[in-house]
Write a protein that binds this ligand. Structure first.
Ligand code: GDP
Length: 200
């Protein structure tokens, strides 16, 4: 059982000197713009508006840090979440993309307190070529990755388990590194926390 005790915004950063000091184990969230990342973080911490759910996709081009205090089996822990800018959004110009995609790679390469990266994909759409690129990059960087396939509420219940298997197969990762999720129906919340806490 996971219980969230508190969740709070820490700071916004675009470059390493602006990152908060590396005092807590950190988990980063990456995904294509509009994939449902903000909704996922809000659902994980049980707060509707901790992360603003963007009206204009692709607008969040900063790294936002949040601290979460939680209790698991009566043990308290604190963990820092790093919300990365969404990538691969077509309406963002190439020059703008050049500015923020290095934000993710710099962070992933340099951040010493980073313990795991949640790579968010759309459960209905399945892994896109940008998702494959992101996963390859993270794996090559030696990072521990958890793939969370969101918006699973859009898939019929009987099709969910087969979809999980097919996503794992397409990405060539073990099935226990993929979690099905829905911010709308609060599916997968405990499973994501369990997987993340196990990898800290
Ligand atoms: P972000 O750009 O990745 O942060 O994505 P948002 O969290 O802003 O969500 C993008 C859109 O997807 C919004 O219209 C959300 O309402 C919708 N959305 C997010 N999560 C879910 C989900 O679990 N199920 C469904 N059906 N829609 C979702």
């Amino acid at each position: 059982m996971i219980r969230i005790l508190d969740a709070r915004f820490v700071t916004t950063a675009v470059s390493p000197e602006q990152y908060p000091s590396a005092t807590l184990p950190e988990v980063a969230f990456v995904g294509r713009s509009n994939v449902g990342k903000s909704s996922m973080i809000n659902a994980l911490v049980g707060r509707r508006k901790l992360v603003r759910v963007s009206k204009t996709p692709g607008r969040t081009r900063t790294i936002n840090f949040f601290d979460v205090d939680l209790e698991r089996d009566r043990a308290r822990r604190s963990i820092r979440l790093a919300d990365m800018p969404g990538f691969g959004f077509a309406r963002v110009s190439k020059s703008e993309r050049k500015k923020w995609e290095p934000m993710i790679t710099t962070y992933v390469a340099q951040r010493q307190s980073l313990r795991a990266v949640v790579c968010i994909i759309d459960a209905e759409v399945g892994p896109t070529s940008t998702d494959h690129q992101a996963l390859d990059y993270l794996t090559d960087a030696g990072r521990s990755v958890l793939v969370v396939a969101t918006k699973v509420d859009r898939i019929g219940k009987a099709k969910r388990k087969p979809r999980l298997s097919s996503i794992a197969k397409q990405l060539n990762i073990p099935e226990n590194r993929v979690v099905l999720f829905s911010a709308v129906e609060a599916i997968g919340v405990d499973e994501v926390w369990e997987a993340l806490l196990d990898s800290l």
